[in-house]
Design a protein around this ligand. Structure first.
Ligand code: NAD
Length: 476
């Protein structure tokens, strides 16, 4: 297998090229590594027709058989991990080890949802004598899915897993900047024997594809992961045809560090986590609210570890953090850091990007950041952390909840009373205590407020891809 796969559209079990193409760049070198086909209306119509046929076959396929094919594709991804990981690193920049873990994580999403496919239970509801009320859950139909570039394989995996396990077919528009992850998934499903048309993969101009697919009658679910602004736009579009949406959007995760923990250790763990995927994770820990008396120790430990993060090409085994994924992130991060600095924030680590090719931005630690700095409210989506002191837990919770986002949240404490209060009062889809892991396949993941709605994974992961039908049967 070559290091980087030739990206193609995958429609009706066929790999298609188009005359219009877009470049795929390596963010570590800025070199072109591939040309991506652009789907126009003709290709989207082919995908819609294929997905309609695919749904007809797949929704009538026994859940056990669906699960077997999904598990087989997941096994192929695991087997091919060492071939797939370099292509993820090349297109996204992340270190090879993180790319390998991403392949495993994608496989886990498939395996979990394959299990759930066999537990799409209905109900028999006691009511009026002589009439039997049953409730069944059916595959919703064709899903239009949109996945972003920060996890080129595991983000498409989430959408494809939920849709296919439910018996839906899907047209996925994966991210143009990072097509290889989704291409590898489509190859695995083709090799696992998925019927034609069940999984279709397209790339192109995002707004043209979404504005063509979403209003189609045949499309019954829209599933999107990306920024809040695009999510709101796609939700409005879907509302015109009453198409339900699953939206996994931005976050600005708070981390509350209480006065009863080892602030030194918490600072080190936090710096390492901040560097993961160069901070381009919707759950990335970003706003650290630290008990006053622990703040200096925490900030020093964080900054020292951050300054030691080895930044470089993700293909180099010594690299701890790769570049950010594209030039837009560099511009956004520069602007946020400069604004915070100008408004009085102290820069404890990072802040200036190195010279040379590649979209590199160091882990940047900002302390005592005033509330009017843009970074306090705008998601940096990069390796930038904010460390501010708080007088008590009440103040920390108020500040954590102050933003319109509510995706991941974190706290470090050993006090049961603090945990109880945090559990009751934090407004977020996930709360992680004494760990900076926010999501595994087995538990539901999603947000509140402007971080979106609907859940992926866990026992709720298939809900958005199914519709409930009630049958009333008079039996005399
Ligand atoms: P963006 O808002 O332009 O795009 C975000 C994603 O949406 C991309 O994958 C893009 O291809 C897609 N997109 C954009 N316009 C679309 C449209 N009209 N129809 C369909 N898809 C469309 O921003 P960006 O510069 O690519 O990413 C930066 C922001 O995106 C970050 O600030 C972050 O909030 C968000 N983001 C979130 C996640 C996540 O996991 N929730 C992942 C990637 C990006």
């Amino acid at each position: 297998m070559t290091l980087y796969p030739e990206p193609r559209l995958f429609i009706d079990n066929r790999w298609l090229a188009t005359s219009e193409t877009l470049p795929v760049l390596n963010p570590a070198t800025e070199d072109e590594i591939g040309r991506l086909p652009v789907a126009g209306q003709a290709e989207l119509d082919l995908a819609l027709e294929a997905a309609e046929r695919g749904h007809r076959i797949w929704s009538r396929t026994a859940p056990r058989v669906r699960a077997q094919i999904i598990v087989k594709a997941a096994a192929l991804l695991r087997e091919r991990m060492n071939d797939i990981a370099p292509s993820i690193t090349m297109e996204n920049g992340k270190p090879l080890m993180q790319a390998r873990l991403e392949v495993i994580r994608g496989a886990e999403f498939f395996e979990w949802d394959a299990g759930e496919a066999q537990r799409l239970f209905g109900q028999v509801v006691p009511s009026v004598p002589g009439i039997r009320y049953t409730v069944v859950r059916e595959a919703a139909g064709i899903v239009a899915g949109f996945s972003p570039w920060n996890f080129p394989l595991s983000q498409p995996a989430r959408k494809i897993a939920g849709a296919l396990a439910s018996g839906c077919s899907i047209i996925l528009k994966a991210a143009e900047e990072t097509p290889a992850g989704a291409v590898h998934i489509a190859r695995a499903f083709q090799d696992a024997g998925l019927p034609a048309g069940v999984l279709n993969l397209v790339f192109g101009h995002p707004s043209e594809i979404s504005s063509y697919l979403i209003p189609q009658d045949k499309v019954r679910v829209v599933a999107f992961t990306g920024s809040t602004s695009v999510g709101v736009h796609l939700t409005e579009m879907a509302a015109r045809s009453m198409t339900p949406v699953l939206m996994e959007l931005g976050g600005h995760a708070p981390v509350i560090v209480c006065d009863d923990v080892d602030a030194q250790a918490a600072g080190v763990i936090s710096a390492v986590r901040k560097a993961r995927n160069s901070g381009q994770v919707c759950t990335s820990p970003t706003r650290f609210f630290v008990a006053e008396k622990r703040c200096e120790t925490f900030a020093r430990a964080f900054a020292e570890r951050a300054a030691r993060v080895r930044m470089g090409n993700g293909l180099d085994p010594a690299t701890e953090m790769g570049p950010v994924a594209n030039i837009r992130r560099i511009a956004a991060l520069d602007a946020l850091v400069e604004d915070a600095r100008a408004k009085g924030a102290r820069v404890l680590a990072g802040g200036t990007r190195p010279k040379g090719p590649g979209y590199f931005f160091p882990v940047t630690v900002l302390a005592d950041v005033p509330d009017n700095a843009r970074v306090m409210t705008e998601e940096p989506f990069g390796p930038v952390a904010i460390i501010n002191p708080v007088a008590n837990l009440g103040e920390a919770i108020t500040r954590a909840n102050a933003l319109p986002y509510g995706l991941a949240s974190y706290a470090f404490t050993h006090s049961a009373a603090n945990v109880e209060r945090l559990t009751n009062e934090i407004e977020a889809g996930t709360l992680s205590i004494n760990t900076l892991e926010a999501s595994v396949a087995e538990v539901p993941f999603g947000g509140v407020k402007y971080s979106g709605h609907g859940r992926e994974g866990g026992s709720e992961g298939l809900h958005h891809y199914t519709v409930t039908k009630t049958i009333s049967h008079r039996m005399e």
